[in-house]
Design a protein around this ligand. Sequence first.
Ligand code: HEM
Length: 425
Amino acid sequence: MTTSETTDTRPRCPMAPPEFDPLSEAALRDPASMYTTAREKSPVFWSDLIQSWVFTRYDDVFRYLNEPELFGTPVEGQITVPDEFVDRFSPELPSKMMTAMDPPVHTPPKKAVQQGFLRPNILKLEPRITARANALIDEMIAAGTECDLMTSYSDPLTMHTLMGLLDLPMEEAEAIWNLGESSIRVLSSSQIPMDEPERSQVWRAYVEGQEHLYQIIDERTANPGDDIISIMAAQLDDEGRPALTRERIAQHIAEIAFAGHDTTAQLMTNMVIYLSEHRDQLALAVDNPKLWPNVVEETLRRRPSAPFAARRALRDVVVSGIQIRKGDNVWFALASASNDPAHYDNPVEFDVQRRRPMDHVAFGRGPHTCPGAPLGRSQAAIGVRTLFERLPDLRVADDYSLDFAPLVIIPKRNSLQVHWTSPRH
Ligand code: HEM
């Protein structure tokens, strides 16, 4: 947040309703629930908590995510490389994160990254996902009849898939995890500043994590494989020169590390909760496995893993009758839009047979639409299908605790207790 914004005391109306509290019990159980009244009465409201306008209606979210000239993601000048790292890390690099650029500069790197998620690349990873899913379930069965699904299954399966995408050995997993964590903190520092010693620690992890990848990127540039690092290194611009420098590739890997992990792991765990609570819907997917992709989509619609997309107004604009000023922060409430009764019949019903299952905004829309969606979809469908095939009566514990990291912008589930009785070996 810049100084001018923190001292901006203009009155903002309408204000957030009292139930807009992402860490309340009701919102942790169902994030969409905190928008029900607002969407009808004040579909655009101001939240002091997140210092942002919040857009709640499907129509506004869909329309304005597709208008990057009105709502952009610029962090230019807002993320400063600390003095101790400027010799090692170019000060212009933070503004070259994919999530921090707007078209047209955003378009070529986005295209380069998307090449790594084309159908053949995903198909190649699917046997690996299935094999790892079964190995993790073997370990769960060997350990008893209950476990914490996040740490025993959703997190490790997702990390294993990511390492396959990058074609890196599992010994590198911790380094990639740390790189992803530091990356999200650096990105969010444009809104939530860091103090010492956190600032130096985070930047050291971020810079060293990327330097560690330089040699690997050089090797893949010289001897390309078919992994996403090689694919990014092989992309050429219109003049036939490499589209991305080694430093830019390392930074995009850092983004992939943070954007690709929690989103998919949380999705799988959310699927298990919905199916455990709606056994009729589980029975439909078991009887007709073609419905597993619909389970993925319906879960994403009801509970998007990324509950919002953040932007800044680049011009003055009126949205649903409310004046938004240039420079104001805006939070596109994906969890609200995907549950808007003006767009969906019975939006709170979990229905794996919806006619247009992919009609939701859980992967965003417009230029920043998630490039990893094909991988997230594939892993979640395989992962949860395999889980219920091996553990058909798997259930979430009746008294499962709402164990979330207390992050207002993205409350992240730490654990989920599940149990079963009759495994299939
Ligand atoms: C099912 C799981 C996933 C969900 C729900 C999800 C959701 C999202 C959303 C909503 C955005 C757009 C944010 C915005 O507009 O500001 C996004 C962007 C992004 N996602 Fe995903 N994602 C998932 C999986 C993945 C995976 C598996 C990867 C990579 C391995 C990935 C990589 C990215 C990247 C790099 C961006 C930034 C794109 C850009 O700024 O142009 N995501 N994701």
